[in-house]
Design a protein around this ligand. Sequence first.
Ligand code: KIV
Length: 272
Amino acid sequence: MSTAKKEYKRVTVKSLVEMKKNGEKISMLTAYDYSMAKIVDAAQVDVILVGDSASNVMAGHETTLPITLDQMIYHASSVVRAVQRALIVVDIPFGSYQSDPKEALRSAIRIMKESGAHAVKVEGGAEIKESVKRILAAGIPVMGHLGLTPQSIYKFGTYTVRAKEEAEAAKLMEDAKLLERLGCFGIVLEKIPAALTKEVSDSISIPTVGIGGGKHADGQVLVIHDLLGMTHEFNPRFLRRYMNLYEDMGNAISQYVNDVKARDFPSDEEQY
Ligand code: KIV
């Protein structure tokens, strides 16, 4: 297996399948606004996910359920304006694709048309088969999402590791193969045992992207606020923090407050 890294001017869904074939790991990260997306894209992240985790980290909701299609389109449009290289995937939010395939297609079309993104992501397997087929038939690339699917949090009851039991693991494997057969270009595997991620990744030709799925996924995804340490109260085992922005930003802002109170800011040089 080669570990050589090919240069991609623009990452496409085809590039991702090629990366898997070549043994190149895929990097994926969320972004929800223009400024952050610009930084993420310049750092050569392969896939930017406009995740419905915006509901948590941008809007402060406890779950991903409240975010609306209009709000997702707003976030996605901001990201699209910033990005030149990465593939941009947008979550179709809860309630905008589960009820019937026509609604699913309408939602996917709105995202593609109004934001300019490149692909959509949906959560689930066999239950949403007809919706996935409909969206794909319109020429819209679809990414799947299996394992811990946050839109179903009230069915699960907790955010603990999924598919530890044989029956759930077997269903997940079936769903992964189904999504591949339908024509999805990749699958996010969230919070499942590393051994199952390996089994799934070895069994399908489309890339898997893990979050809490261990090292055998074909790529990794994190929520940018977690990676940067802005969400300091969220500490799952799978999370590697690369910064402690919560503290650093807090210190910078406190310093600013002190400077204003002490009449130290602005200085003579910082005025007209
Ligand atoms: O919404 C999101 O950020 C996601 C990732 C956790 C994969 O779906």
